[in-house]
Design a protein around this ligand. Sequence first.
Ligand SMILES: [Zn+2]
Length: 512
Amino acid sequence: MRALTTVLALSLAIPGAVSGFSGNGRALYREAQIYLSPSSARGGQGESIRSMGIIDRLEKAAGLLKGAQGQATSPREEEALGKLLGRAYNQMGVEYHKQKDFSNAIWAEEQAIEYRGDTSAVFQMNLGAMYSDSGDYYNAARALERARELGGPPQFKDRIINNLVGAYIRDGQTRDPGSYQLATRVLEDELYNRGEDFNLLVMLGRTYRLEGEPQRALEAWDRARALKAFDPGMRKAYVGLQSSIAVKRDFVTTEARHFKIEFNDQTHGHLADKFLEMFEEAYDEVGLKFDAQWEGMEQVTISVYASTEFQSAVQIAWAGGVHQANRISLKVNPSWSDPIYRNLIFHEYAHHIVDFKAGGKSLPAWVQEGLAMHQEPKLAAKGFYKALGNAAVRNTLLPLSDLNGSFSRLPAEKVMLAYGQSYDFVRFLLGSNPVSSFVRLLTLRGQGVPISQAFEQSFSMSLADAEEAWRAWLGDRIAKSRARRVRQRTERQSAGQQRDGDEPTTRDIRQR
Ligand SMILES: [Zn+2]
């Protein structure tokens, strides 16, 4: 598991604005103070409070403060207690977050925001970090957008922007590639407001690259370079970007910077330019993600087997290509549309990169296929999710150990399921880990580390635990989808409409 995102605790002391109260409000408030800072308590009581767990203490204090708030005699007093409650819940969130109990951390932070009133950029920033560490980048981005809106102290601004851009990028990698664009927009906005800024421009170049806008990426990095010299790592990335753009401007028919292409049937040679361009895009995007771009990388030869008999029915990625050491074989149907070609090419190039990073060592098929599917720009996931949903409902999911060998050895009816499971399991892992965890896995594998050990070292949990957690996550989504469907059916029935089937739909499971 990667390092936790920083979250901030705030002082639990409050300026002495609380004095009125009716009834026993003052006593409750005083007692709460002891639970909040037990070092001030004396004698036996202090000792027993100090021996409590911090979350229990904060719970107790929050309960007392709520009691006191009920007895407040002025709005000012009520507000001061709300602030203190906010800080106590924030502290509780921080503690849960430390324990990696993200759902309780999120709950506590939401309480903090409710009691404090939604006016604290720090609380929203913390909430964003908690969602992010829980793998929910969509809600992380929402909280961080709110933090950005609230502004807050200048020293938090950069952190909010960094976390927000990071959340959008990871949302792009794991859920919706459209989020790359949102990251770009945040950075463009910020640059508009602040003026030129080295770090923002470097990030902007990265998000443009992820978006597939290399020319704009280069412009951003040129602006950054004008402010400050690049370090060697950035210089290398810059040169790589520059040369990949130069290649696209000046295309040769059958050979590009990183690829050479050959057709078994020259009548389809007109596809060469298009394919080379798509491979260069894959080189840029997939290579960037997997940290696999460098000068002097050996050229990859692509052999295209174009056959008009090749049925358009076999439009599933796995049937389309075979990858080997430095050669990729593509079987294509010349009547396919560009998005199908692009998916196929990104998929096969991902296999190539994954193989390369793992030094040619054997990998479980679920790693290969899951990662390759995640690189497809417009993966048609519907069929895979249908197979997955049906298997989950019928309790016929394949054990992960069945997904190690080539899927072509599975009975035909299990093939879609095997791909669906691989895709979803990788999606699960990418939800709480960066792509670099996979890069680490591949690198360790390349050093000869057995897969189970490499997995534990890269994801900080055993493969068996990960499989179990994934099954629970899937079960959870299925249960939610069922509940939703029951509700919808009831609504439809009361509206006098026809009922639908019981299987979870693709959309149901894909939804978080
Ligand atoms: Zn594949």
